[in-house]
Design a protein. Structure first.
Length: 318
C-alpha cells in the first residue's frame, strides 16, 4: 500500500510504499479516507511523546475515518503499530471502531473527533461540567481549543473565556471574554479568576500555563475557603515543564489533573468518540481544516502550526 512512513524521528514522514497489514483475531483492516495530522501525531513521530515507540519505521496517525470490510463508514482510534492511519489501510482492534452517522461527511467526522475528543472526555469524565459554569480555555485559537469552546457551550457553560496568542483568531470566537497572551494578560486573567472560573482546559502548558495558574492562585487564602477550580491539562505545545509552588495549592481551590491516555481508560475514550459523533450534527459542531492528499504529507508536516490538516489517502478534497 501507499503510506506516509516515518523513517527517522528527526524528519518529516515520506510518502512511499509500506507492507499491507494482515488482520488477526479481533482485528479489522480499515480502508482510510481521512487521517488527521494533530499535535499528538507529530509528537509520537518525533519520539518525544510519552507513548512514543523506541524505533522509527512506521506509519504515523492515531485516528481516522474510513470504511470497514462490510462497507460501514467508521471512525477508529489507535491503529495497531506499525500501521497508523496515514496509509491506505490501517490495522485496528475491533474494539477501537465506532460507526459514523450518515449525516456527517468523512472529513467533518475526522476533524470534529480529532479536535473535540480531548475536551469532550475532559468535560464528561475528568471534570464533569455543570450547567451555568464558567470555563477558561487556554489555547482556544487552535483546532482543539476551538472545539473546546463549542463543547463547553454545548454542556451548558454560562461563560467561556478564550485565552491565546493570536488576537485575530481570538476575535473570531463567540465567547464571553477574550484574553490575548500579551503584556496585559496577567491582570485580565486575575480579574476573571476573581469573578469565578470553575474549569480550565489547558492545551498549551509551558509559559501560558504558568501565567494562568499564577492568576488562579496568587494572593489567595481566604479564611472562608477559596472556590474550587479544576485545572485539566490536555496538551503541551507551549512547553513540557513549568515550575509550581506548593503554597499555591494550599492557599487556593486549584485542583490539577490530566486527561488523556492513562488517566482515562481507552474504552472511555472510545465511548466519548461515539457520544461526540452522535451529537455532532444536532449540536452544529465543526472544525476548520485543510484537506490534502496523502502524497502531500511532507508539506502538511512542515506547514503553518495554526492550520489543522486532514490527509486523505482516498483523495478527498473537502
Amino acid at each position: 500500500m501507499k503510506a506516509a512512513v516515518v523513517t527517522d524521528f528527526g524528519k518529516a514522514p515520506a510518502h512511499g510504499d509500506f507492507r499491507d497489514p494482515v488482520a488477526g483475531e479481533g482485528e479489522t483492516i480499515v480502508r482510510v479516507h481521512a487521517a488527521p495530522l494533530s499535535p499528538i501525531v507529530k509528537a509520537l513521530a518525533s519520539g518525544r511523546h510519552y507513548t512514543s515507540g523506541a524505533q522509527a519505521g512506521f506509519v504515523p496517525g492515531v485516528d481516522g475515518v474510513g470504511t470497514d470490510p462490510k462497507g460501514r463508514r467508521v471512525y477508529f482510534l489507535f491503529p495497531k503499530a506499525p500501521f497508523g492511519s496515514m496509509g491506505e489501510l490501517a490495522l485496528v482492534s475491533d474494539e477501537m471502531i465506532v460507526a459514523i452517522p450518515d449525516d456527517i461527511s468523512d472529513v467533518r467526522a475526522a476533524a470534529v473527533a480529532s479536535g473535540g475528543l480531548a475536551s469532550w472526555v475532559a468535560l464528561t469524565r475528568r471534570a464533569p461540567l455543570q450547567p451555568g459554569a464558567t470555563v477558561l480555555v487556554n489555547g482556544a485559537t487552535g483546532a482543539a481549543g476551538g472545539m473546546a469552546v463549542q463543547i463547553a457551550r454545548h454542556f451548558g457553560a454560562h461563560r467561556v473565556i478564550a485565552v491565546g496568542r493570536n488576537k485575530t483568531a481570538l476575535d473570531r470566537l463567540d465567547v464571553a471574554s477574550r484574553i490575548a497572551l500579551d503584556d496585559g494578560a496577567d491582570e485580565a486573567l486575575r480579574a476573571e479568576f476573581d469573578r469565578g472560573v470553575d474549569v480550565v482546559l489547558d492545551f498549551l502548558w509551558g509559559e501560558p500555563a504558568s501565567r494562568v495558574i499564577a492568576a488562579a492562585t496568587k494572593n489567595r487564602g481566604s479564611r472562608m475557603g477559596e472556590p474550587r477550580v479544576r485545572y485539566v491539562q490536555l496538551g503541551t505545545v507551549a512547553g513540557e515543564e513549568i515550575s509550581l509552588r506548593g503554597d499555591a495549592f494550599r492557599s487556593s481551590g486549584l485542583e490539577l489533573m490530566g486527561s488523556g491516555i492513562g488517566s482515562v481508560a481507552i474504552r472511555e475514550l472510545l465511548a466519548g468518540a461515539r457520544e461526540l459523533l452522535t451529537e455532532t450534527n444536532g449540536a452544529g459542531f465543526d472544525a476548520p481544516v485543510t484537506t490534502l492528499p496523502l502524497t502531500a504529507v511532507a508539506d502538511a508536516w512542515t506547514g503553518p502550526s495554526d492550520v489543522r490538516y486532514i490527509l486523505s489517502p482516498a483523495g478527498l478534497t473537502h
